[in-house]
Structures are given as C-alpha cells and as structure tokens.
Design a protein around this ligand. Sequence first.
Ligand SMILES: *Cc1c(COP(=O)(O)O)cnc(C)c1O
Length: 335
Amino acid sequence: MTSDSGIHRRVTLATWPTPLEPAPRLARAIGLGADDLWVKRDDLIGLGGGGNKIRKLEWLCGAALADGATVLVTTGAPQSNHARLTAAAGARLGLDVVLVLAGTPGASASGNLALDGLFGATVVWAGDVDGEGLAATAERVAERLRREGGVPALIPFGGSSVLGARGYLACGQELLTQAPDVETVVVAAGSGGTMAGLVDALGPARVLGVHCGAVADPALTVSALACGLSGADHPPHELRLRLDQVGAGYGTLTEPVMSALTLAARTEGLVLDPVYTGRAMAGLIAAVADGDIVAGRRTVFLHTGGLPGLFGHPAALARAEAELSAEDAQGTAPR
Ligand SMILES: *Cc1c(COP(=O)(O)O)cnc(C)c1O
C-alpha cells in the first residue's frame, strides 16, 4: 500500500481502458495455441501518438499541476518516446515543455524529434553525456527557468519514479479485469517503471521483463521502484528478467528483433519498434523456445508503443524497405 495516496491527483490524459486483443496467427507462428497470446494495446493510447509513458504522465503531470508548475522539463535520448509524450501532455495541459536530450543538433529531425517540434517543445542539446550528466543539465535548465520567473517541474527519465510507476500498477489492475487468468505478461524494460508497476499489481512471477539496455542494472532499478510502490523494505524476489535481447546496445538493431518486427507485422498487422517492443517480442519468442512460456496458458504481450521511433531509426527503416518485394506491371520482378 502506498502511504501517500490521496495527496497526488492524477490528471486524465486518455480514454481507458485500452483494448486487449487476441493474436492467434502470431501465437501459432511462435509455437503457442491460437488462444494463448493476447496483446494489451497501450500503443493505442490516444494522446501524442500513444505509448506507455502517458499512464505515468497522468500521475507526474497531476503532481506538477498541484505544485503550480508552468513548464515541464524532462530528459531522454534524441528518439525518446517519453520526451515526445511529455511534449504532447504539456500541449494538452497548456504547459511549456523543455526537453533535455543527449547528443548534438544536426541529425535530421525525424521520428519522435519531428513530433517534439510539432508539439511546440523546446530542445536543449546536452552533448555527449551519461545519465548523470543529462540529469545535471536538466537541473541547470530548471534553475534558469526559475530565475526567469517560471515554475518548472522536473519529470524523471522515462517517467520512472515511484509516482509515475503507479500508472502501471493501475494498468496491471485493469488487465486483471480483462484477463483474470493471465499467466505471464511480457513487457519491455527500459527505465523500469512499467515493469515495476505490473510487478506490484500482478506479483513478480507473472511479469516477464525484457531488458532493452537503457539502464545498467535493470533488476536493481525495477526492484527499487517496485519496493517504493509496495512500501516493502525488501526487494520483490525472483524478478523474471531476460537480458539476452540487448545485442550491441540500446540503439542497435539485432536479427531477432528484425524477425520479430517482420513476423508481428505479417501475422497480425501489428507494428513494433526496433528499440523496445521489438526486443520484448524477440524475448517472448525466445521464452517460448526455451520453455519459460508454454502453450495452454494465457500470455499477454504489453504493446507499449514506440511507432514514431521506427521512423527515427535509419537501420530498421532500411531493412523494412528492403523487405518490399517489387514487380513491374507485367508481373516480372525487376533486376
Ligand atoms: C519507455 C518505453 C518502454 C519501457 O518502459 P519503462 O517504463 O521505461 O521501462 C517500452 N516501450 C516503449 C515504446 C517505450 O517508449
């Protein structure tokens, strides 16, 4: 139980609940029964292009408004879905948004970055910094905004604080009403708040996280957030975390991810992204192959969004385009 419930007021940024849909063709293709695999469509959350960060932002923006904030400040990678959705939430709520992004300007504004511009966000490029450097830059930006008379609210990296993770505690509860018999929920683990909230709602044995390479120690990160949510002073033991889908690192494209993207698209018309949901699906496929997920039980894949990220990932886009089979008007394949 959280001790501070009632202090924070959540704002509503979307229509709930999100749908839970069957994926029978994908299920059979990966070795499950047709009725075993369902997809929780948090990619269909209807603000700013959708995705999991909206559930967290309902709590984080609620707290910011209660504090009288005039401007949201957050951090991320150039193709951060979280930064894009913070920009959209700010637009919806009439708050300014400053995004402190790792890297330098110059890369073409595509994918999430293009949407950040449409939503009217200001970008501060933090240069080649690590997580701490990024947070320090955000602090300096907040100080400057205060001196200029603004009231900044710092939204944590990935929206993953204990408060933000409450959004996924609520999602877990929502899912239990839709699929009380769920045996395993498969989810991408980035900054950790999504998995932590689900662990709190469903228990650690029913949540399989797939590490995406966004943090150094995902078990520690998720445990700390889950403990904060439950008020427990010891970590939830036996987190189910797969560490085998990171490949050469966070932004890189792996073959299992590329196959997962292609398979989901061709069996269900379902679009995954190369950084998060593609890794989560590759992890699900690997879990069926090694017997961690079995036929005859209900598995739910949490689709956390990320579609704009596909359009900001040149390697994945090139591979997707190369999949196109072309023929001329006579039905002959061109050389
Ligand atoms: C941020 C993100 C995740 C990971 O969620 P965390 O709470 O940061 O672990 C998964 N999928 C997508 C598309 C995301 O943008």
